[in-house]
Design a protein. Structure first.
Length: 404
């Protein structure tokens, strides 16, 4: 038979010595017989083609450990290809149209070899020209940009989200509803063995005139998660949420983390990537994800926030099938509105005199108010086990602490 491959000449010389030494070993007379001849013919500079004529080489009878000795001789065998890596990065850019910012962004993409770079606060307007967008697009990348929506399209400033995707790529159709409390855009990519959706989120800081009340954001985001977190494939949610996750005692932070937990989601960015040491840029996936996100950052940045890199491990293992489960978003209850409705209910204004009717009125009133302010939500999830989370109101915790 003929074995033909390309290898460095030095490697072939060692192969000749290997076969010559092999002939001196008493492996088995019935297994290894005669190497007729071994010729080396030039093929390309610094490479050679070898033609090996073997009369009898019964490899099937060799021990498995011995067969491994032949693996280094073949230049096209991978022992275990394993999962492939996919690198993403998120950054609050604060204007991509500035030449210094776009040049710095090109260096970041080139030095870190990112496959997908998503930006918030691009400051791109609907009136931005195609030439301006082309000037700020790094080589070998495609730009997908969504300007901020506003009542006045021309004067609307700030905000905006964008993706830089390394070419070539295959983009699948996807869509995300518009919300008043945050900007969002979704990209679904077809990879070699799977597909992944990446949703870019930007929520304005409390000082902005575009910011809505936090309970409005929680309502919008919970509705967004009801379909985004139930995708049939892997997904990742990222961006600048302008929530100080570095302060777990903050009420807004605890409400937001409670919402993520109710959807079986995990937040992976555990370090401040902001000049004022705040955790604002988040990386969120399903708690059951097989992506194994490795999150890091660099201090080199064209803005006051640092780039957050996420390296994903794209595995071939399928996700567990989604199942239905129900819950109430108790953290999104507007307490003042709830108390107002309770005070105006018949339970308070005209309570029954007898104990039995009073208890019945109490249960019916509270149940109806709960259905109004925190209706039952039923959705699909790949949760491995039911949530063991217990919701407590802060005043109740001081009286009856949670069980250990």
């Amino acid at each position: 038979m003929y074995i033909t491959c390309l290898q460095p000449a030095v490697h072939y010389a060692s192969s000749v010595l290997f076969f010559r030494s092999l002939s001196r070993f008493c492996i088995s007379a019935s297994v290894y017989h005669v190497l007729k001849h071994y010729t080396i013919v030039p093929q390309q500079p610094n490479h050679f083609r070898r033609r090996l004529v073997v009369y009898s080489l019964t490899l099937c009878s060799l021990p498995q450990s011995f067969l491994l000795l032949f693996v280094p001789l073949s230049g096209d065998i991978e022992l275990n290809p394993g999962p492939s890596a996919f690198t993403l990065c998120t950054l609050n850019m604060r204007s991509i149209l500035q030449p210094l910012h776009s040049a710095a962004l090109s260096d970041l993409i080139d030095n870190h070899n990112t496959d997908l770079f998503y930006l918030t606060e691009t400051w791109i307007k609907p009136t931005t020209t195609a030439a301006e967008l082309l000037n700020c697009t790094p080589p070998h990348n495609s730009l997908i940009s969504t300007p901020r929506n506003g009542s006045n399209k021309i004067s609307s400033s700030g905000g905006g989200t964008a993706f830089f995707i390394r070419e070539p790529f295959t983009q699948l159709s996807t869509s995300v509803p518009d919300f008043s409390s945050f900007e969002s855009y979704s990209v679904t990519l077809q990879l070699s063995h799977t597909k992944i959706s990446v949703i870019n989120i930007y929520r304005s800081p409390s000082s902005s005139t575009h910011t809505k009340a936090f309970f409005v954001f929680l309502d919008d985001f919970s509705y967004f998660l009801s379909f985004a977190a139930t995708a049939a494939h892997e997904f990742i949610i990222t961006g600048d949420f302008n929530i100080h996750l570095d302060n777990p005692a903050d009420t807004l932070t605890s409400q937001f983390l409670s919402l993520l937990s109710s959807f079986n989601l995990s937040q992976h960015a555990q370090f401040p990537a902001h000049g004022k040491n705040h955790i604002l840029d988040l990386v969120i996936t399903s708690s059951d994800t097989s992506l194994v996100p490795a999150v890091s950052f660099t201090h080199w940045s064209p803005s006051d926030q640092f780039p957050v890199f996420t390296k994903l491990s794209i595995n071939l293992a399928p996700l567990p099938p989604p199942t239905l489960y129900s819950f109430r978003l108790l953290h999104s209850i507007d307490v003042s509105s709830f108390l107002t409705n309770l005070k105006s209910s018949q339970l308070i204004t005209d309570p029954p005199k007898l104990l039995g009717p009073l208890l019945s009125a109490n249960n019916n009133t509270l149940s109806s108010l709960l259905d109004k302010h925190a209706p039952i939500v039923t959705t699909l999830s790949r949760r491995q086990s039911p949530s063991t989370m217990v919701f407590y109101h802060p005043p109740c915790i001081s009286i009856h602490p949670p069980p250990c």
